[in-house]
Every structure is written in structure tokens, then in C-alpha cells.
Ligand binder design. Structure first.
Ligand SMILES: Cc1cc2nc3c(=O)[nH]c(=O)nc-3n(C[C@H](O)[C@H](O)[C@H](O)COP(=O)(O)O)c2cc1C
Length: 322
């Protein structure tokens, strides 16, 4: 049984998010309210083949405390490089390989990767077959199409014909970026297509899902197998909670302390090279996740944004405990 076959349905996934879902943030989300599976940040296979660990800057690091299922998300347009990085990920301890075929960022598209795969279906098929050579289950995360939503049928038919373990669809086109609401209305027909072409491929929906309860409602409406949530954890770090509860200021501050401790430990103990040491500034994007929605949160956040070390942040939090 591979990792995907072990999940009870419906299952929930923390979305891959570059510069967010490293081993530090994954452990924070696991502590707050755990999904069933976590993805790494997307990692370019060609960069890794040519420059090794330095090119990936700790993106693929797994912390010894991470006991939950982990999928490595990788991308590039060279099938041989995908095979090499997939083998490396297997040796690191990842339980599956996910292929990014949806990223709209210019850096990915100009290197013929990410959403550019939608326009190169034969290459996409080769990339999938190469990833399989590592012996791990292979999944794909993609969008509905490149320019028009009508592209979904042809593109997803092609991907479903490649015998993959799971398919995540971010329900927008490349062109739409994240500017329009996700097209959940298409999901029942995508599910029918999956049932016809590849019933064993798990179907996962992604786009604008707020939390587990919202995801469960969408699963009921569409009949899909799983839900992936990304930005939902920015507005509610407890998004995967099974029984939604109220969370106190003290609880949120304790989680931020936990994040600070893991970040500090990561920079001192677990860095692979200097390039994987993260500057303090990179923490600042996370403060609004914890310091929100309670009296005085705005002022505490402003103080934190002006701080320049972890110890300064700790003092600010200690001075604002109650
Ligand atoms: C900061 C950030 C980084 C992202 N990085 C990745 C990535 O590395 N790989 C990927 O497949 N998608 C990436 N995405 C897209 C998300 O995985 C997800 O598809 C998208 O945010 C829509 O889901 P949501 O509405 O639940 O956030 C990223 C999104 C954000 C906001």
C-alpha cells in the first residue's frame, strides 16, 4: 500500500507554499491542528542537479520530529533531472513525489516548467514517467488550463491517462493567477472524468478553501477524495481542526513562541549550508498569523515588525502576555 492508499477519506492536505511550508512551519501547523499529509515547498530539479544542496537551500530538509506523511513537490522540464531528484527525495524519507504543473510564476514558466507544462502535454507525460522510476507514488498538482477554463477537459484527460496516484487541481487557469474565485462549479464534471478514465487516481480540490468544515461541505457537493488548503492557514492557523473551538490570545502567543523556537533551532542546528540559514526578516510574514483578532493585537504586531532579533520578539511577547 502506498502512502496515498492509507488515508481515510476524506483527507486534508497542507498546500505546498514556497518560503512558507518548510519543516518549521509544517511542525507549527501540525501542533495547531494537523492535516493528514504535508507537501514540501516546490524544488527545481535541474537547479539541484547542477548545484546540489546549495541550490535548494534547505527546501527539502525533513526534521527528525516530522513523523507525518510527507510528499516532496518538484518541478523542471528535464525528465532525467526529475528522476535524479525523485530518487534523492526517496532517500531523504519522502513518501511520495508531487509534480508541479501549475505554478504561474515567470521564473517557472520561462524555464518551461510549472504551468508551462499545460502547453507541453507530451513532455508532461515524460516527466511523470521519469518521476515514477524512483519507486514512490507520483501525483500531479495543476490548474484547469493555461488561458481558458475550457481547456480543463483535454488537459486533465491527458494527465489522468498517465496512471498517477493523485491529482490536485487548483481550480483556476494560469492566466487567472489568484485573481478570480476558484471554479468549484466545474469539480463535479472533473470528478466524472476521473471516474471514467482513472478511478484509482485520488482527486483533490484546491482553491479558496477556508477550513476543514468548508472543505467537508465541498467534498459532499463534488464527491472528490481530498482537499488541499493553503492560504486558509494564514487567517486561521487552526484551519484543519476537526471540532472548531475558540482560541485565546495566550494560545496564539504560545504558538508564535513555538515557531520562534523552531526557527532558531533550524538556523543553528539543521542548516545544510550557509544558504539555508534564514534571515530574521523572513519570520515577519508569519507574525500576522498569530497576532490578530484580539484587543491590542495591532500594536503588538507593529512592535514585532520593528524588531530585529528573535530575543527582541520574545521580550515583546512577554511584555504583552495578558
Ligand atoms: C506564498 C505562496 C507560495 C506558494 N508556493 C507554491 C508551491 O511551491 N507549489 C505549488 O504547487 N503551489 C504553490 N502555491 C499555491 C498554493 O499551493 C495553492 O495552490 C493556492 O494558494 C490556492 O490555494 P488556497 O486558496 O488554499 O491558498 C503557493 C501559494 C502561496 C500563497
Amino acid at each position: 500500500m502506498n502512502v496515498w492508499q492509507k488515508f481515510e477519506q476524506p483527507f486534508f492536505i497542507l498546500a505546498p507554499m514556497e518560503a512558507v511550508t518548510d519543516h518549521v512551519f509544517r511542525r507549527v501547523v501540525n501542533e495547531a491542528a494537523a492535516p493528514d499529509v504535508f507537501f514540501s515547498e516546490f524544488t527545481n530539479a535541474t537547479g539541484w542537479v547542477h548545484a546540489g544542496e546549495k541550490a535548494v537551500a534547505g527546501r527539502l530538509t525533513i526534521h527528525p520530529d516530522e513523523k507525518y506523511p510527507l510528499i516532496a513537490q518538484i518541478w523542471c522540464s528535464e525528465p532525467d533531472d526529475i528522476e535524479k531528484l525523485a530518487i534523492y527525495c526517496k532517500n531523504l524519507g519522502y513518501q511520495g513525489i508531487d509534480l508541479n504543473m501549475g505554478c504561474p510564476a515567470k521564473t517557472a514558466v520561462k524555464n518551461s516548467g510549472g504551468s508551462a507544462m499545460i502547453r507541453q502535454p507530451e513532455l508532461a507525460a515524460k516527466i511523470i514517467q521519469s518521476a515514477k522510476k524512483a519507486g514512490l507514488p507520483v501525483s500531479v498538482k495543476t490548474r484547469l488550463g493555461y488561458t481558458n477554463i475550457q481547456e480543463w477537459k483535454g488537459w486533465l484527460t491527458h494527465i489522468l491517462q498517465q496512471d498517477i496516484s493523485a491529482l490536485t487541481i487548483h481550480l483556476r487557469t494560469k492566466k487567472e493567477m489568484s485573481k478570480v474565485p476558484a471554479h468549484w462549479e466545474l469539480m463535479p464534471n472533473i470528478r466524472k472524468l476521473r471516474d471514467e478514465i482513472s478511478p484509482h487516481t485520488l482527486l483533490i480540490g484546491n482553491g479558496d478553501v477556508k477550513d476543514r468544515a468548508h472543505g467537508e461541505a465541498l467534498i459532499k457537493q463534488t464527491g472528490i477524495d481530498g482537499i488541499m488548503i493553503g492560504r486558509g492557514v494564514f487567517s486561521n492557523i487552526f484551519a484543519f481542526e476537526e471540532v472548531p473551538a475558540a482560541h485565546s490570545k495566550q494560545e496564539l502567543i504560545a504558538l508564535l513562541h513555538f515557531h520562534l523556537n523552531l526557527f532558531e533551532e533550524s538556523n543553528t542546528k539543521y542548516q545544510i549550508s550557509d544558504i539555508s540559514v534564514k534571515p530574521y526578516q523572513t519570520l515577519k510574514r508569519f507574525f500576522k498569523i498569530y497576532i490578530r483578532d484580539f484587543p491590542g493585537s495591532h500594536d503588538i504586531r507593529n512592535l514585532l515588525m520593528e524588531s530585529s532579533t528573535i530575543d527582541e520578539a520574545r521580550v515583546i511577547l512577554d511584555n504583552n502576555k495578558i
